[in-house]
Write a protein that binds this ligand. Structure first.
Ligand SMILES: Nc1ncnc2c1ncn2[C@@H]1O[C@H](COP(=O)(O)OP(=O)(O)OP(=O)(O)O)[C@@H](O)[C@H]1O
Ligand SMILES: [Mg+2]
Length: 318
């Protein structure tokens, strides 16, 4: 039977407002017309699940949303698109929303965390989680109510030795990074997937080789996503240890905002389906690069779209 994955993570509405060309166009008190907007269900965790779903993996996920207009729309959309979920709808909170405004090469984010802040240990059914092969954890710093119970949660999951755990920690808006706590968490994690900023800040390192070494001392598989520089990764799983760095596929970049989440999905797909380390990384890179060439959240038909892209696209040359 194929492997099944459950997420404990973030889900929210992503609103992008496009067409502001210069920050000087924004004047206090004035109304500003824009060219276009996109409206998606997002959140790092949900993007990951959506991608894995499209690859044909059986998934489920825990997240928290409000009993409001956005919450109902999310539930309806998931039902219509047959995306299995264990979302908790609460009367007391609102659904989270992130508004993104791209201006030139910068992006401005306005985030209301909503339900993401309130998902707690009591929302999780560990009997249910135990029936899955793999657990993915996303956006540690945003899921504030889970933070005090993180180690307890990991211990409960790892009581079943067959379950593997991946962890995409995400950016810390408070920039505290909680390094000591993160190192403690990594003892229970099989696959850690930070980006460059996260890896450097958590390890308080100036260069990525050093950061990778520090993280690899805590966790069996560490993959650092390096945006336009691809990835650098280390494994101690199975036979011996191995470090691999790969450049990404050469694409015309449209929007990199969900590429890390698609990257994660590609790696986990390879990992759970018995691909070798390098092949899993290559698939992750393919997913990340193709996503970076598209505007908005994940919209691929299935895995074949990514495999076809990888066959015809060259890697970036150093
Ligand atoms: N400019 C680019 N060209 C080609 N591929 C890219 C580019 N930017 C990102 N990617 C691909 O996407 C992967 C993830 O990128 P990145 O480092 O931006 O992750 P992230 O910051 O975690 O993203 P997210 O915003 O989804 O959290 C890279 O490892 C690479 O495979
Ligand atoms: Mg990321």
């Amino acid at each position: 039977m194929s492997k099944q994955v459950i997420l404990i993570g973030d889900i929210n509405i992503d609103l992008s407002l496009k067409g502001i060309r210069n920050i000087s166009e924004i004047k206090l008190g004035a109304e500003l017309g824009i060219d276009e907007y996109t409206f998606d269900i997002g959140g790092s965790g949900f993007n990951f699940i959506k991608a894995l779903n499209s690859f044909g993996v059986k998934t489920d996920f825990y997240g928290k949303i409000g009993n409001d207009f956005f919450g109902h729309n999310i539930k309806e959309h998931l039902k219509n698109n047959k995306i299995n979920n264990s979302l908790i709808i609460s009367d007391e909170i609102k659904t989270g929303i992130t508004t993104m405004i791209p201006i030139k090469k910068n992006r401005f984010f306005f985030t209301y965390s909503g339900g993401n802040e309130y998902l707690g240990i009591n929302d999780l059914d560990f009997g249910k989680i135990d029936r899955f092969d793999h657990v993915h954890l996303s956006s540690y710093y945003l899921l504030k109510s889970l933070q005090p119970d993180y180690i307890t949660i990991l211990k409960k999951i790892k009581a079943n030795k067959k379950i593997t755990i991946s962890f995409d920690i995400g950016f810390d808006p408070l920039r505290n990074w909680q390094s000591e706590k993160v190192f403690e968490i990594l003892k229970y994690v099989d696959i850690f997937l930070p980006n460059e900023t996260e890896a450097l800040n958590i390890t308080k390192s100036k260069n990525i080789e050093k950061a990778l070494n520090i993280l690899a001392a805590q966790c069996e598989i560490v993959i650092v996503k390096l945006g336009p520089k691809g990835l650098t990764a280390s494994t101690k799983r199975n036979t011996g240890s191995e470090t691999i760095s790969l450049l990404p596929y050469d694409v015309k970049v449209a929007d990199t905002s969900c590429s890390g989440d698609c990257f994660d999905a590609g790696f986990i797909y390879g990992f759970l389906n018995g691909y070798g380390f390098q092949d899993s990384l290559d698939l992750a890179n393919g997913c990340g690069s193709l996503q970076a060439s598209k505007l908005g959240s994940y919209k691929f038909k299935d895995l074949s779209e990514i495999v076809d892209f990888m066959k015809v696209t060259k890697k970036v040359i150093k």
